[in-house]
Design a protein around this ligand. Structure first.
Ligand SMILES: Nc1ncnc2c1ncn2[C@@H]1O[C@H](COP(=O)(O)OP(=O)(O)OP(=O)(O)O)[C@@H](O)[C@H]1O
Ligand SMILES: [Mg+2]
Length: 349
């Protein structure tokens, strides 16, 4: 099997062709304009100035064009505040990573953002953002009257328009009485602060579909479902989609995380197209498996701030962009003579 290194994965990922679902947003430009948006990192790759076309190989091929759109500020669609829950069902698929990177990306574009860590007891968004030493109070304490709400909000020194709100201290249990209504109250209080209503509130949801999940989705009016291309994650994502719809959340988009093009080529991993066909959700982004994600997690430095940017960082940037514009993408895969057709037929197939 033709094993691909990271560079070729990069190239192959870029052969995923993101089509703008919104005709007004189809004016995509090349990576050459990355530098135009300060403080986006510099990125020099001559070959990226034109769309990629990869030629079909004997086994399978993914034809990809990457068209990025960094030469203008994203146009905020919808009414503010946009309250977005990042959820998945299955644990460990990248919800917190997505929350951290998308939130910081939005803040860098100038939008005011409050990231809410609703993973009660197992919070780690503060760690990923490098803000763990600055969290003195939590939302629970604000609700108990032990502090003011603004004391529980941690303002990022790098981006003054970004704030973090943790619901509880690490290893604490979801307090009795703290549920969806309490979170709705908090979101409402954040809307009516003297500082003004934030553009985005991004809620990091805990894994599972129990009380923590029900609480986290309560104030949301849109959802980003993070999934990995494996059957357990997809089954959970399918279940969660149903629950979100029951809760009245109609705007659900998905991010497919930890995608490995070498495995897709070897037909050992589902393609993004397969995932999209199974879940039937609009695609917000495709994030490749990238060791830099783990490195950035451990450093408490979101990937989107990396210079030069990594492929996963760029993919998160693009996802944030689409979120702002309520846009989506379509992955197109061209496969020659698929060998294992039965592999993906787990949804009643
Ligand atoms: N694209 C990626 N490439 C490589 N590693 C990744 C990627 N996305 C996430 N990870 C790693 O996967 C692990 C789990 O990520 P994360 O904590 O964001 O998941 P989660 O869904 O929030 O988990 P939980 O359900 O426990 O809250 C982390 O170690 C993270 O660094
Ligand atoms: Mg998490």
């Amino acid at each position: 099997m033709n094993r691909l290194n990271l560079t070729s994965q990069f190239t192959a990922m870029l052969t995923l062709r993101p089509f703008s679902a919104n005709p007004n947003h189809s004016s995509l430009s090349s990576l050459s304009s990355l530098n135009a948006l300060n403080p986006l990192p510099t990125f020099s790759s001559k070959t990226l100035h034109k769309p990629y076309h990869c030629h079909p190989t004997k086994s399978s091929s993914i034809c990809v064009k990457s068209l990025l759109q960094y030469n203008r500020k994203p146009q905020l669609a919808g009414t503010t505040p946009r309250v977005v829950v990042i959820t998945s069902g299955k644990g460990g698929v990248g919800k917190t990573t997505t929350t951290a990177n998308i939130s910081i990306s939005l803040a860098r574009h100038g939008f005011s953002v409050v990231a809410i860590d609703a993973d009660v007891g197992l919070r780690n968004l503060d760690l990923l953002l490098g803000l763990e030493n600055r969290v003195n109070y939590t939302a629970i304490e604000a609700l108990n009257g032990d502090c003011r709400l603004d004391q529980a909000l941690v303002r990022d020194k790098r981006w003054s328009n970004f704030e973090l709100l943790c619901i509880s201290k690490p290893r604490s249990k979801l307090p009795l009485g703290f549920g969806g209504k309490a979170l709705i109250w908090l979101v409402d209080a954040l809307k009516h602060r003297n500082e003004g209503c934030p553009d985005f509130m991004i809620i990091d949801c805990p894994a599972g579909i129990d009380a923590g999940f029900i609480t986290a989705i309560a104030p949301a009016n849109e959802a980003v479902l993070v999934t990995t291309p494996d059957i357990t994650s997809l089954r959970d994502a399918d279940r969660v989609t149903g629950l979100l719809e029951c809760d009245g959340i109609k705007d659900i988009k998905m991010i497919v995380n930890r995608v490995r093009t070498d495995m897709i080529k070897g037909e050992d991993m589902m393609s993004v197209l397969d995932v999209q066909e199974m879940l039937g959700l609009a695609l917000l982004g495709v994030i490749p498996e990238d060791t830099e994600v783990i490195r950035s997690t451990n450093r408490g430095y979101p990937l989107v701030l990396n210079k030069p940017p990594t492929l996963a960082g760029l993919a998160f940037e693009q996802a944030a962009w689409r979120l702002v514009e309520q846009d989506s993408m379509t992955a197109v895969m061209v496969e020659e003579q698929p060998k294992k057709r039965g592999f993906f037929s787990f949804f009643g197939g």
